[in-house]
Design a binder for this molecule. Structure first.
Ligand code: GLY
Length: 348
């Protein structure tokens, strides 16, 4: 399940080389309406590919869109020796990866992520899939890209909320990896005048954290659960926001989830209170707070019991003993989870 990840300095040159290294009878390029307009022109001087354009946005990460990609591959004469290049955010890399992994039982694909969230998380690690039956990423397969080509130049034109959304996953990587990486993330100026060269360096480090974990546990049997830090509560916030028809960006929900799960870590696994306070301060300053009152506690709890990482309805948390010191497979009773929500509302 080896997946090459390249932090690119010259995207066109690197793509040209990667395409040569993966000989194919035909190239297909998957984009959404935005990356078709803004990013695909950067690749046209170096590759000749049949382009497949899908609508942008998570609401289109559906079986219908997937079928339209299969249809174009089929109509275009794709064979098992064709190559699909996915150019876009996590929606494009997830859906495109799934389309490639299932077409003719699997063709090779390359991811070129264009958002920070996709660069540090979605496009790396081989998780592919679509939303189904109202559930996010409900159908999919583990199937790594032949190569992930990361060009942080795309971040220069990414809007600030999406930059912050991806940064929350980087903060998670800092928390699960080392004190030095966590501290550099807390000190980096992500909200003001961004130093994009310095950002490129820490994106590289962040991707290495994920690669290192995925290499040891590609199918999420154990260690990879560490990447779920902040997500058990984060997904519940995300779903509640969606049900109110006020969707929030995934990374914002993860940042708020980190606040809750670090609180649990201080109670259950002895995470240092001062380090929790520092992280919470960062989240509060950059992400604001998710608004809910105590009447929503039961709904949030119920949403957490449906998380697909649970076993037999028992809520599963990844917690930390300290920065860089993970502790997997914890649960918490309803009373403690409600206390956690109280803490969140009092602190944020
Ligand atoms: N996004 C978490 C993972 O790839 O495992």
């Amino acid at each position: 399940m080896k997946q090459e990840v390249i932090l690119s300095r010259a995207l066109a040159t690197d793509l040209n080389r990667v395409v040569q290294q993966h000989p194919s009878d035909q190239l297909f390029l998957l984009t959404d309406e935005q990356t078709h307009r803004l990013c695909a022109p950067l690749l046209s001087p170096v590759i000749t590919a049949r382009e497949i354009v899908i609508p942008a946005g998570d609401v289109h990460k559906t079986v219908d869109t997937l079928a339209s990609v299969w249809q174009t591959l089929s109509n275009g004469g794709a064979t098992r020796h064709s190559l699909l290049i996915n150019l876009g955010g996590g929606m494009v890399t997830d859906l495109g990866g799934f389309a490639a992994s299932t077409f003719k039982r699997g063709i090779a694909y390359i991811n070129i992520p264009t958002t920070l969230l996709a660069m540090v998380d979605a496009a790396v690690g081989g998780k592919t899939g679509i939303n189904f039956n109202g559930l996010k990423n409900e159908v999919g397969v583990f199937s790594p890209a032949a190569c992930v080509l990361i060009d942080t130049g795309f971040l220069r034109t990414l809007d600030r909320p999406n930059l912050l959304s991806g940064y929350a996953e980087m903060l998670k990587h800092g928390l699960i990896s080392s004190e030095a990486h966590w501290a550099e993330l807390l000190n980096f100026e992500i909200a003001g005048n961004v130093d994009y060269d310095a950002l490129k360096t820490i994106v590289g480090r962040s991707v290495q954290v994920k690669e290192h974990i995925v290499a040891q546990d590609p199918l999420e049997q154990g260690l990879r659960k560490a990447l779920n830090l902040g997500h058990t509560v984060g997904h519940a916030f995300e779903s509640l926001a969606l049900s109110r028809r006020q969707p929030v960006l995934h990374g914002y929900a993860v940042a708020w989830g980190l606040v809750c799960e670090l609180y649990l870590s201080t109670i259950l696994t002895g995470f240092p209170v001062e380090k929790m306070r520092q992280t919470v301060g960062f989240v509060k300053e950059h992400y604001g707070a998710f608004d809910f009152d105590c009447h929503r506690y039961d709904t949030l709890y119920e949403l957490m019991t449906h998380d697909k990482k649970n076993h037999a309805g028992i809520i599963n948390f990844t917690l930390l003993k300290d920065v860089g010191d993970m502790s997997l497979d914890h649960t918490a009773d309803k009373k403690l989870i409600f206390e956690m929500f109280d803490f969140y509302r009092e602190t944020m």
